[in-house]
Design a protein around this ligand. Sequence first.
Ligand code: ADP
Ligand code: MG
Length: 260
Amino acid sequence: METANTRAPDRSQLKVSDEVAIEIDGMNKWFGNFHVLRDIDLTVYKGERIVVCGPSGSGKSTLIRCINGLEEHQKGRITVDGTVLNSDLKQIDKIRSEVGMCFQHFNLFPHLTILENCTLAPIWVRKTPKKEAEETAMHFLEKVKIPDQANKYPGQLSGGQQQRVAIARSLCMRPKIMLFDEPTSALDPEMIKEVLDTMIELAEEGMTMICVTHEMGFARQVANRVIFMADGQIVEQNEPEAFFNNPKSERTKQFLSQIL
Ligand code: ADP
Ligand code: MG
């Protein structure tokens, strides 16, 4: 598989803390009778960059959607930055306020400008004064290198630019953790790099990240851990070097032989 030629991260900036960011313990989820996630155990430390890969339908999206309560789990325990995710809406709100999410389809509001997309939640959810929200939005639009697009509408931007707006919009809520679900898989090849470079910058700033992606170049360079899922289970996980050079399970070998 072709992988995007991203810039190399500054490895000295990539640090993992011994403090836990996310703890998942014996988590199971069903859609009706369909057992989609089975006995998931996962501890994520602050500053980790985890890449999740695996065949289509293996439960990757469902797993990360469970982490911020977009999907409910039925068994086991998810704790995010010390807050247990249960049906209590206050807890769910607290977790969502700390966890940013970025999807394959950017889900920007088409009738709002880029700036308005970025200030909407801070103003209406956080009650941030408009001027302050706009300053913060401009700060993050500069960070993703498109401050000059602030007054345009999403439809006037390229896919890569829209995805960077989606990342900036998440950052405006000051998340402690970012979840990415195939952020580059809807993009033309020449736009993948600019989005991955933005993610590399976040990693260098110490953001805790879980990224579902098939960008294996990114996984090798940026991840500290790669997780392989199949049939709703974590089949194998390891540091990228060992994961790619010395996969243990047959399922992992088969998957890698198909995508690499
Ligand atoms: P992946 O992201 O690894 O491709 P998903 O987490 O999207 O996998 O889906 C895992 C399985 O759960 C698939 O078989 C999918 O069809 C099923 N699934 C996903 N969402 C739902 C839903 N809302 N209702 C029923 N089944 C679903
Ligand atoms: Mg998916």
